[in-house]
Design a binder for this molecule. Structure first.
Ligand code: FE2
Length: 126
């Protein structure tokens, strides 16, 4: 966990290689289902093409209830990038922390709980 703490934001280095800041930093959220009001500024997603896909605008969207967060496609950001880079080197638990550390809607207000499986619930409660 200490190691993850040191490296968790290294994915932000993508900005140094030309990726736009809006596509790298900030919170992450599931794609393929309705955006929770707990996502930061979801009202600005109107230009996202998913807004016009009815299957992506229902609560469960393209997912089955309790499918598990590891089976959910998340918006791109520094979390997913560093998780992919470190996948061959770190434990499953460490990769999980890297991948979801900016999933604020799930962390604090508890949005998207319908996507959690038992593994997610156990990891969250410790
Ligand atoms: Fe971060």
């Amino acid at each position: 966990m200490v190691l993850v703490g040191f490296i968790h934001d290294l994915g932000n280095c993508l900005c140094l290689y030309g990726e736009p800041q809006w596509g790298v930093v900030g919170d992450t959220f599931p794609v393929g289902c309705a955006w929770s009001g707990q996502v930061v500024f979801p009202k600005y997603f109107s230009r996202n093409p998913d807004a016009n896909v009815p299957d992506c605008q229902t609560t469960h969207g393209t997912y089955k209830r309790n499918c598990g967060l590891e089976n959910v496609h998340m918006s791109f950001g520094h979390d997913g990038y560093i998780a992919q880079v470190m996948k061959p080197y770190l434990s499953d638990e460490a990769i999980y922390m890297l991948r979801f550390h900016s999933f604020y809607g799930w962390h604090r207000p508890g949005a998207y709980q319908y996507l959690e499986n038992e593994k997610d619930k156990a990891r969250w409660s410790g």
